[in-house]
Design a protein around this ligand. Structure first.
Ligand SMILES: NC(=O)c1ccc[n+]([C@@H]2O[C@H](COP(=O)([O-])OP(=O)(O)OC[C@H]3O[C@@H](n4cnc5c(N)ncnc54)[C@H](OP(=O)(O)O)[C@@H]3O)[C@@H](O)[C@H]2O)c1
Length: 259
């Protein structure tokens, strides 16, 4: 049976991705920090779909953890056919007033861990001549984001990196898909220090299930980029039409008020 590794499996879009992958017959490897949530998810998925879903309760922002995970799977003879790099978080507030360790952790998780997992499992996939990588970017990848500057920049990185890697791997049997969700109703906003109700009333919110379904479909089709929701698609088009300083200003005005 094919195996899918999902990071950030313990909640939100990640849990929905796990359900969809399991329903399509994938065995899973569940990665996030919350051991109890992973254990409960594993039991539910194994019971419902008759798959195996071992858990790896680890902090991917810690140095060397991606390598440890890769080594542990190799030792157990598990090869990963689908890598879903979904774990990520944001932090709301002006950069110079922000908590430095949190900004650093964001870069380590949203960028470095994603890169390292793509490197390790991507090499395995290329050797086998088959594999699929899903990197969760965001509508935030389309513009600079005052009051969430590191998060927006990290997602711009994910989108750019994914498109470039996908192009390098063209014809290799390995595909790379960047998923760009718009505002989605998950724990993301609370974790970023924002009032989710405020955000959703201004921008609306998609269900994580719908986002995961689009991501799965794009992944299976080998699409380089999939953008979820009409507002996110409009933001993508608008960001190309207006000067970047204008999109940056508008984004700043919105995010300034969403504390
Ligand atoms: N929600 C939105 O509006 C939205 C929009 C665009 C893009 N996205 C992106 O979608 C992805 C999933 O987010 P979500 O909306 O589903 O938010 P979420 O519900 O907060 O889920 C985030 C997941 O990442 C895991 N995680 C966080 N820090 C981690 C770490 N250091 N090591 C390992 N796992 C870690 C969390 O689990 P633990 O806490 O158990 O570790 C959780 O499973 C993120 O990359 C986010 O940037 C979200």
């Amino acid at each position: 049976m094919a195996v899918a590794l999902v990071t950030g499996a313990s909640g939100g879009i990640g849990t929905e991705l796990c359900d969809i992958l399991a329903a399509h017959g994938y065995d899973l490897v569940l990665v996030a920090r919350s051991e109890a949530k992973l254990r409960a998810l594993s039991e539910r998925l194994e019971g419902t779909y008759g798959i195996t879903a071992p858990i790896f309760p680890v902090d991917l922002a810690e140095p060397g953890v991606a390598d440890t995970l890769h080594d542990a799977l190799a030792e157990q003879g598990i090869s990963v056919d689908v890598l879903a790099n979904n774990a990520g978080f944001g932090d709301h507030g002006a950069f110079l007033d922000s908590d430095w360790p949190r900004q650093e952790e964001m870069v380590k998780l949203n960028i470095l861990a994603l890169m390292r997992l793509a490197y390790l499992f991507g090499n395995d996939m290329r050797r086998r001549g088959a594999g699929r990588i899903l990197n969760v970017a965001s509508v935030a990848a389309f513009t600079a984001g005052p009051y969430m500057p590191v998060y927006f920049a990290s997602k711009a990185f994910v989108l750019s990196f994914s498109q470039a890697l996908g192009e390098e791997l063209r014809g290799s049997g390995v595909t790379v898909t960047a998923l760009c969700p718009g505002t989605t109703a998950t724990g993301f906003w609370g974790a970023a220090g924002m009032d989710a109700g405020n955000v959703f009333s201004l921008m609306g919110a998609q269900s994580p299930r719908a986002v995961a379904e689009l991501g799965f479909a794009g992944l299976m089709a080998g699409k380089p980029v999939v953008v979820h929701s009409l507002p996110a698609k409009l933001a993508n088009v608008a960001a190309r039409l207006v000067p970047r300083r204008v999109s940056t200003w508008i984004c700043g005005q919105v995010l300034k008020r969403r504390g």
